[in-house]
Design a protein around this ligand. Structure first.
Ligand SMILES: C[S@@+](CC[C@H](N)C(=O)[O-])C[C@H]1O[C@@H](n2cnc3c(N)ncnc32)[C@H](O)[C@@H]1O
Length: 435
């Protein structure tokens, strides 16, 4: 059993094995049932790591180093798996996340709370609800956000929008403790997609079938928020005392911040894949409802700070300094069928993706302690029948930069996106590098 003896020094804390309920998984890919684990169900995150993968990376690195790692780093925090696992295992961690809603979600999960104070803050919010002067809900959001919307289409009916806006502003105004304020706000914002007329999936956002027949109001907003808070309170009560309560969270672009982490024992991460999927889209509803965005410019600024894995915005797709024959061949092949693609920028974006990945890997490798490792889960992509063999290209780049490749393991196959041809399976791979 993984890390069974871990908690002798802190006997009251919850063990890693208790947290994952001693389950055993068929594979350690992303999307391997992480949402079933406490904390990870607060907001479904399809691409989150199985916690066991992070535990494995720590364990293998420590076995090879012969001592505990000083810091576990994750430059692409997402749902915060790496920070959580590190806390359960009693290791220091540093997480970077560019998306401000996800950064708040990570911080809300990793923070320790006084349970009684949390319960009191929740009751305070309930008693203040509806006492504020009513104002126009989400006044800065796009015109399609609130009824009447544009052309008869809108994401939130007026009753839901008013109640949700009131809930979020009430939390902001009446909870004095900033940690509790962040937690309650994240929980409120996390139910917003459920309350909207849209569903969000890996394929993007679309209106629910029959959304016009679905009537929700303030009662639904309060019920969903209550259920969400009760779930979080259970998780915090049951698993809130962890062996390492501290954590570091760096908010912003990993391409800029990764160099500032300091000594790293092991880096464990899964970047966005070069499949034209932008997390700014996936979390757009939360970003607006939570007030993380208050103008179109905010949306653009966040998109510009994300890895160049998508073509949602056109920016410089330069790829200077990347040494890989496989990448050169892949870009030639993609360029030859550029006319069949839904965006002519895709071949250049793919080149830029590897330039960004090289920057991150170099920055982390430069801070690895001697013998420290990087565990990177990556997925291949495909456009107009041309495969982008991500792990093969990254292996070439890493070798050219003087890193040692310790392992290249298939993790599972992913379904290709509809733009990439649908059903075909694309490999997901764990790449293990040593500094
Ligand atoms: C595949 S997800 C990571 C999932 C994570 N391993 C987990 O277990 O939840 C990739 C994350 O990288 C973030 N991201 C994208 N570009 C970034 C950048 N330039 N700097 C930091 N984070 C970025 C996205 O917002 C997303 O949350």
């Amino acid at each position: 059993m993984l890390f069974e003896q871990q908690d002798r020094e802190t006997p009251n804390s919850t063990t890693f094995n208790e947290w994952i309920a001693d389950r055993s998984l068929p594979h350690l890919s992303t999307n391997a049932g992480a949402a079933a684990v406490s904390y990870q169900g607060w907001r479904r995150f399809k691409e989150s790591f199985a916690p066991e993968l992070v535990a494995r990376a720590i364990q293998e690195t420590e076995t090879s180093l012969g001592r505990p790692v000083e810091c576990v780093a994750d430059p692409f925090g997402g749902s915060g798996t790496t920070g959580l696992v590190s806390q359960f295992l009693g290791r220091s961690s540093a997480t970077i996340e560019v998306n401000p809603f996800l950064a708040d979600l990570i911080e809300a999960k990793l923070t320790a709370y006084d349970y009684e104070e949390l319960a009191a803050a929740y009751i305070q919010v309930l008693s203040c609800l509806g006492t504020r002067c009513r104002s126009e809900p989400f006044p800065n959001a796009p015109a399609t956000f609130v009824e009447p919307g544009v052309g008869g289409r809108f994401l939130f009916g007026i009753d839901v929008a008013t109640a949700l806006y009131d809930l979020i502003l009430t939390i902001e105004e009446c909870v004095a403790n900033p940690n509790l304020r962040r937690l309650l706000k994240v929980l409120a914002v996390s139910v917003s997609v459920d309350l909207s007329n849209a569903v969000v999936s890996g394929k993007g956002r679309r209106y629910r079938r029959n959304w016009r027949d679905r009537y929700l109001d303030a009662v639904n907003v309060r019920q969903r928020f209550a259920a969400q808070v009760h779930r979080a309170m259970y998780d915090i009560r049951r698993y809130g005392l962890r062996r390492e309560p501290a954590f570091r969270l760096l908010r912003g672009d990993a391409r800029v911040l990764a160099k500032d982490i300091g000594p790293i024992g092991v880096g464990v991460f899964s970047p966005p894949y070069p499949n034209s999927f932008d997390y700014t889209d996936v979390y757009n509803i939360e970003l607006w409802t939570g007030g993380y965005f208050s103008s179109a410019q905010d949306n653009l600024t966040t998109r510009n700070s994300t890895l160049r894995s998508h073509v949602q915005i056109v920016r410089s797709f330069s790829r200077e300094g990347v040494v890989s024959d496989q990448l050169n061949r892949t870009i030639e092949n993609l360029t030859a069928v550029r006319h069949q693609m839904w965006s002519r920028h895709i071949p250049d974006m793919v080149g830029a993706y590897f330039a960004d990945m090289r920057t991150i890997i170099q920055q982390l490798a430069g801070q690895l302690v001697s013998g420290g490792r990087l565990y990177i889960v990556v997925g291949d992509s495909q456009y107009a029948g041309v495969s982008v063999p991500v792990s093969d290209i990254l292996t070439e780049i890493a070798l050219a930069d003087g890193l040692e490749v310790v392992g290249v393991e298939p993790v599972r196959s992913m379904r290709a996106s509809p733009q990439q041809g649908g059903a075909q399976k694309l490999p997901e791979t764990l790449l293990i590098l040593r500094g």
